[in-house]
Design a protein around this ligand. Structure first.
Ligand code: FEO
Length: 387
């Protein structure tokens, strides 16, 4: 078990998963992921969430060690997604006197996941309900759509701990030494990004609580400088650009569109652009590029025309951006097409379906490969991006 010190009476019993190939079957996690779970030891014992079935054995071993022969009274289910709920039935079978504490929505969804009838062992809680464990008192705060509709977070007032469900989580196992923001940002925008409004609503409720520690369901427990993390979440969930910079996302078939993207980057750097990132959508981790799209205030889309449409990796990138509610940004467009360029038109139409996007005109059109005219047009785009 990871030696994660929380407090004398709140213990970590989660597990690292460093063998998973893709989290949620779509996100590469080069440093794995943690499924966090906690135990509150008091007159009554509460276990805060379970873990993915990939970590069943380790979780029960951790629980046995921390419980030291005692029996838990409650399993608090803040989130029913299988990476956290995978062992609810196993837990309830192992501890037949335990009750499961969850939102009404979670209770209604519970039978969809498990064959065991737990209906007479459920304690459905609503906003502001409290559960007294002895010296600890849990207060339940509903957090619908952060990231599923049944989500709640739990505040423990005696030790001022917020059990924040997916909120404030990150990719990366707990034994990984890495910058929090990088993998927390990639996690946030790809997993919770669509639900900025709901995250804002939760942050408003959290602002009324005196929080000294945040215990999320993934990633490290946050104890120091909490305003740093809360400020990041406020920026991200309000779709405010975090940094000044330009992402150039390119979808190139034979390299000519990518060469234009790199030429534009060179021009921007020569003009003193604060930060320029070129991403090859055919090869780079899409989730990382999505993260950068939200991180910076400006973006350039550079794509080839393909089958009278858009080269597929750009089509996929734009679909991801739309589903994550990409908005409030300035975007330049470079299209390529050897006989009937269509990419620019399609990219503009897709951007028109997003909120508060300023498209820089004109679209730069390349017919096969850059020439003197397109280099001039790229100079124009670089100037427009820096105005
Ligand atoms: Fe970590 Fe939405 O589950």
């Amino acid at each position: 078990m990871q030696k994660i010190v929380i407090t004398d009476s709140v213990k970590y019993v989660g597990a690292d998963d460093k063998t998973i190939d893709l989290f949620e079957s779509q996100y590469v996690v080069p440093n794995g992921v943690s499924y966090n779970s906690y135990v509150i030891l008091d007159d009554k014992i509460a276990v805060m969430d379970s873990v993915d079935v990939r970590a069943t054995e380790e979780w029960f071993a951790n629980l046995d060690q921390v419980l030291d022969g005692k029996t838990p009274d409650y399993l608090v289910v803040n989130h029913l997604e299988p990476d956290h709920s995978g062992n609810i039935q196993n837990f309830m079978e192992k501890y037949p006197a335990a009750q499961v504490v969850l939102s009404a929505k979670a209770q209604s969804m519970l039978p969809q996941f498990f064959s065991l009838d737990m209906s007479d062992r459920c304690v459905a809680v609503k906003e502001g309900d409290e559960l007294n464990l002895g010296s600890h008192t849990l207060t339940f705060v509903m957090a619908p759509m952060v990231h599923w509709p049944e989500v709640m977070v739990t505040y423990e007032k005696s030790e001022k701990i917020l059990f924040s469900a997916d909120g404030f989580g990150k990719f990366g196992a707990l034994d990984t030494e890495e910058d929090w923001a990088c993998e927390a940002r990639r996690y946030y925008f790809n997993i919770v990004g669509k639900y900025g409004m709901q995250v804002q609503a939760l942050l408003k409720k959290a602002a009324a609580l005196d929080i000294e520690m945040i215990c999320p369901l993934h990633g490290p427990v946050l104890k120091d400088n909490l305003s740093y993390y809360i400020d990041k979440y406020n920026t991200w969930s309000s779709y405010t650009p975090e940094d000044q910079g330009i992402l150039i996302a390119c979808a190139s078939i034979h390299g000519n569109t990518k060469a234009a993207a790199e030429k534009l980057a060179e021009m921007l750097r020569a003009k003193g652009a604060p930060k320029v990132v070129v991403a090859d959508l055919a090869r780079e981790d899409m989730a990382e590029v999505i993260e950068d799209a939200f991180r910076y205030d400006r973006m350039v889309l550079a794509a080839a025309t393909y089958d009278a449409g858009l080269f597929p990796c750009m089509e996929s990138f734009l679909a991801h951006l739309k589903s994550k509610n990409y908005q409030k940004r300035t975007v330049g467009i470079i299209e390529n097409g050897s006989w009937a360029p269509m990419a620019g038109k399609i990219m503009k139409e897709t951007l028109a379906g997003m909120k508060e996007i300023t498209v820089l005109e004109p679209v730069v059109t390349i017919k096969s490969a850059m020439n003197a005219d397109t280099r001039t047009a790229l100079e124009g785009l670089s100037e427009a991006l820096l105005q």
